[in-house]
Design a protein around this ligand. Structure first.
Ligand code: FES
Length: 250
């Protein structure tokens, strides 16, 4: 291999099915200047040790499948240049706060269930109120939710969130930001259907606003900002209900 520099990767190895304990395995890699951490793992898998389990698809920061802890920080491994970790070693682990399936692969099922809980789609009881199949929006209406719609479901925000380690039932940053994305969409009428899942101590009010989710997000979704907007909307709704005359329509 025609690498220019050398660096050591310490890769987390664990197979729950063989009953063994987790351990770190070191591999020395010759790398080119443009290589990312994912390139090194793929090279190791192709050339040295085909038993390593990891996920990736697009290699361009789009699919969200290559998230890992790189030297203790949640990162997309396809967007983490090896040269930034020189002289090494680079410690690579599965995303924290998730069960490990094998080596660098986590079990995503709990995350997918959380996303479904917030009903991440436009809800309305009429089929179409424009007569032409479209629900038109102004640029300002799109801007209200646009940044929160850029999520690639990479789960880095869950690995960065300190609440996830203390409250495993917490709905978490991506799911709450996704619910809020639809609540802020002028075409949507589903806030009342999301309120049970999104409010409460396991929802919006479980967030302690550390803000690490927004720091580690590779797509600038700003889940922490979305959650705080959700808290403000929930508080306003609670106050409106409180002062509303008895028997008044919602
Ligand atoms: S491989 Fe798709 S985001 Fe990294």
């Amino acid at each position: 291999m025609a690498g220019e520099k050398r660096i050591t990767l310490e890769i987390f190895r664990y197979n729950p099915e063989d009953g063994g304990e987790p351990f770190f395995q070191s591999y020395e890699v010759e790398y080119l200047n443009h290589w990312v951490v994912l390139d090194a793992i793929n090279w190791i898998k192709d050339e040295i040790d085909g038993t390593i389990a990891h996920r990736w698809t697009c290699r361009m920061g789009v699919c969200g499948s290559c998230g890992m802890m790189v030297n203790g920080e949640p990162k997309l491994s396809c967007h983490s240049l090896l040269r930034d970790y020189a002289p090494g070693p680079v410690r690579v682990e599965p995303l924290q706060h998730f069960p490990v399936e094998k080596d660098l692969m986590i079990d995503k099922s709990g995350f997918m269930e959380r996303l479904a809980e917030v009903k991440p789609y436009i809800i309305r009881d009429d089929v179409n109120d424009t007569g032409n199949g479209e629900y038109l929006q102004t640029p300002a209406q799109i801007a209200a939710y646009h940044e929160h719609s850029m999520c690639i479901n990479c789960m880095l925000c869950y690995a960065g969130c300190p609440v996830m380690s203390l409250e495993p039932a917490f709905l978490g940053p991506a799911a709450l930001a996704l619910g809020q994305r639809y609540n802020l969409d002028s075409r949507d009428k589903g806030q009342a259907e999301r309120v049970d899942a999104m409010s409460g101590d396991e929802g919006l009010w479980g967030c302690t606003f550390v803000g690490e989710c927004s720091v580690v997000c590779p797509k600038h979704v700003d889940p922490a900002g979305a959650i705080q907007k959700g808290k403000i909307a929930a508080a306003k709704q609670w106050y409106a209900n409180f002062i509303k005359p008895k028997g008044a329509k919602k």
